[in-house]
Ligand binder design. Structure first.
Ligand code: SF4
Ligand code: SF4
Length: 642
């Protein structure tokens, strides 16, 4: 593909241009809509705002049903690195948050916020202007806040694209005004009607990226747009390095890789990005939206949509509030005629069928194309591939569409990948030239979807595996820690001296009712064979030999002198018992000793030993009253006796 420059642009400072492989000269059909000046569509009574109008994760809703919102209010926050915010396109009330059909080739539904407009179109409070030379980080943050995405149709979040990978530098900024697809004229009208906004965006982006050159590329089939930009460039200030480059009309020169090739002669590597070459591309409408956000604090809440095709009453371009239902827009362009054969979202080459007129306009919708039967004749059934090779000659990505088709049809996804499936830009050139009318792009889209699903499943499986391994490792670590702690405790206990047994007299005095503490303490001076060795682990006051000592340290529970060891009571000769049982036995032992001591003193146990003096006085007073009552009763019964 390396080739010398073929043509030169006709502007003041000629610049060499290159060409790319393949491509097609198509009837442009742009005159259908480009001649009508840009107008603003009236507000619809109900706006349907999808939370995902961009590549990446859907936004998270920040409002609930019944909330009132102002125009430009943030209603959906970006989630994750690859996402974009969503704002209310007009003032009104949130009436529902629900799944609705959205414009996407998959035809699937997605969560949407439904706003009933109040007709006042009243702005919410907006952030202040950033000034003529904003701080780069402040400008990036403003672009992120404003929810700006690529308006050429890709809807890639601009704040992500403008974050240049570390170690890379952007020397050339390209603003894409090629608009190469037939019928579509929204960029053409923007360049004609608002060239100043595009140049303001170009200036901001040039400064943000510190780019040496900013090239605004426009196909030579848009003379009015070229003239308007030239005039604005001549009249504008601070536009150093910004250059208008007119390029030959050839579909798909508006493709990012193809445009870079045309302007610089460089090839973006397979599955690579332009930043690797020091180049960054943005659509001209994206640049204008960035200027609106930076200079006026306006988020992205509207876009220009081309309404065209011979089955439409009045083709034109309208600036439309995002969320406007497609049926409302079609009515503003004269409505669909009876000769309608196909309604497409997008152009005839890369668009997809619109099968629900309730679907809303989103950030990525640049065109509604109502084709008549004459414009879209029935191609008839697909025939067998005759291996003519016309598709390969037309492919602007230098792929082998025929081989890709075989592998996609056979679901041989590995082979499809090997044939660079993901370098296919779905331009449709191969399908247009195919004499067998094979819907080649549909096969490629299907294969890409399958590949992405496979990759997602692989990622999920890998994620689940990593989580399982992390959990297993954590449990093993905890078990190791538990064992180590246990080991340390045992070692610490082994180092402490064994508790000595208390002597029998000491035990007897300890069990005396008045002086006895709640539990006897071991007497270290007592002979080991008579000391009361109580179950360990019961803590201080429980009668244990050593607070905190494990049950394994209990060696014996001494029997009362003169009484045989009770069955099940461990002694020095018997193995250690269960600590609880030993504690109970010790308590019983103490109670028995106390009772015996009281009996020897001729007293019945009153269980008043542990009372406070005040409690004792209360008990004694009660006893006195009881004795008086008994005496009175005795006297009375004596009088009545015969
Ligand atoms: S253009 Fe169609 S028929 Fe010809 S090789 Fe390609 S797929 Fe086959
Ligand atoms: S659709 Fe893909 S394979 Fe076909 S011409 Fe375009 S880039 Fe090549």
């Amino acid at each position: 593909m390396a080739s010398p420059p073929l043509v030169s642009s006709p502007h003041a400072a000629p610049r060499p241009l290159w060409t790319f492989h393949g491509g097609l000269h198509l009837p442009d059909e742009k005159a259908l809509s480009s001649g009508v000046p840009l107008a603003t569509a009236p507000l619809s009574p109900l706006l349907v705002i999808p939370l995902q109008q961009h590549i990446g994760a859907p936004a998270k809703p920040l409002v609930g049903v019944g909330d009132r919102v102002g125009k430009g209010q943030l209603i959906g926050e970006a989630q994750g690195a690859m996402s974009a915010t969503v704002h209310a396109p007009s003032s009104g009330t949130v009436v529902a948050i629900e799944e609705r059909p959205v414009p996407h080739a998959s035809g699937l539904s997605a969560p949407c916020i439904l706003i009933e407009t109040d007709g006042r179109d009243a702005w919410a409070e907006l952030p202040p202007p950033l000034g003529p030379r904003p701080d780069p980080e402040a400008l990036r943050e403003r672009i992120r806040w404003a929810g700006i995405v690529g308006l050429g149709g890709a809807a890639f979040p601009s704040s992500v694209k403008l974050r240049v990978p570390a170690g890379q530098r952007i020397h050339t900024l390209i603003l894409n005004g090629a608009e190469c697809e037939p019928y579509i004229t929204c960029d053409d009208r923007l360049m004609r009607d608002r060239p100043g906004r595009i140049l303001a965006g170009a200036r901001l982006l040039r400064d943000l990226l510190q780019a040496e050159a900013c090239l605004i590329a426009v196909e030579d089939n848009k003379p009015e747009a070229i003239a308007a930009l030239r005039q604005a460039l001549a009249a504008g200030e601070d536009l150093g390095g910004i250059e208008l480059v007119v390029i030959p009309t050839l579909y798909p020169s508006g493709g990012e890789k193809q445009l870079i090739r045309v302007l610089t002669g460089k090839e973006v590597p397979s599955r690579g990005i332009p930043a690797q070459l020091g180049i960054l591309c943005q659509n001209i409408a994206t640049a204008a939206a960035i200027a609106d956000a930076a200079e006026e604090g306006k988020p992205l809440i509207s876009r220009i949509v081309t309404l065209t095709g011979r089955a439409l009453g009045q083709p034109r371009n309208l600036e439309v509030a995002l969320g406007t239902p497609i049926k409302d827009l079609l009515a503003l362009a004269g409505g669909l005629g009876s000769g309608l054969r196909q309604l497409l979202i997008g152009g005839p080459m890369m668009g997809f069928a619109c099968d629900d007129l309730g679907m809303p306009v989103t950030k990525g919708v640049n065109c509604l194309l109502a084709l008549s039967a004459a414009e879209a004749p029935d191609p008839g059934p697909a025939l067998a591939c005759i291996r003519c090779g016309a598709c390969a000659e037309a492919c602007p990505a230098s792929l082998l569409p025929q081989q890709l088709y075989w592998h996609a049809r056979a679901r041989d996804l590995d082979q499809a990948r090997a044939y660079h499936l993901f370098d296919c830009i779905e331009c449709g050139c191969c399908a247009v030239v195919c004499p067998s009318h094979i819907p080649l792009v549909q096969y490629y889209r299907f294969a890409k979807t399958e590949c992405l699903a496979q990759e997602r499943e692989k990622r999920q499986a890998e994620h689940a595996r990593q989580r399982h391994e992390a959990k297993t490792a954590r449990l093993e670590r905890l078990e190791e820690e538990r064992k180590a702690n246990l080991r340390k405790k045992k070692e610490a206990l082994a180092e402490k001296p064994a508790p000595a047994r208390a002597s029998a007299p000491a035990r007897a005095s300890a069990s005396a009712p008045a002086a006895a503490p709640p539990t006897p303490l071991p007497d270290a001076s007592a002979p080991a064979d008579t000391a009361p060795v109580l179950p360990a682990g019961g803590g201080a006051g429980s009668g244990a030999g050593e607070p905190g000592a494990p049950s394994g340290t209990v060696t014996a529970l001494a029997g009362t002198p003169g009484t045989p060891d009770t069955p099940g009571t461990p002694t020095a000769d018997t193995p250690a018992l269960d600590p609880k049982k030993a504690a109970i036995a010790a308590a019983l032992q103490r109670a028995a000793e106390k009772k015996a001591a009281l009996a020897r003193q001729g007293q019945a146990p009153k269980n008043t030993e542990d009372l406070t003096p005040a409690q004792r006085r209360q008990v004694e007073a009660a006893e006195a009253r009881r004795r008086e009552l008994q005496a009175a009763e005795s006297a009375s019964s004596g009088r009545e006796q015969p």
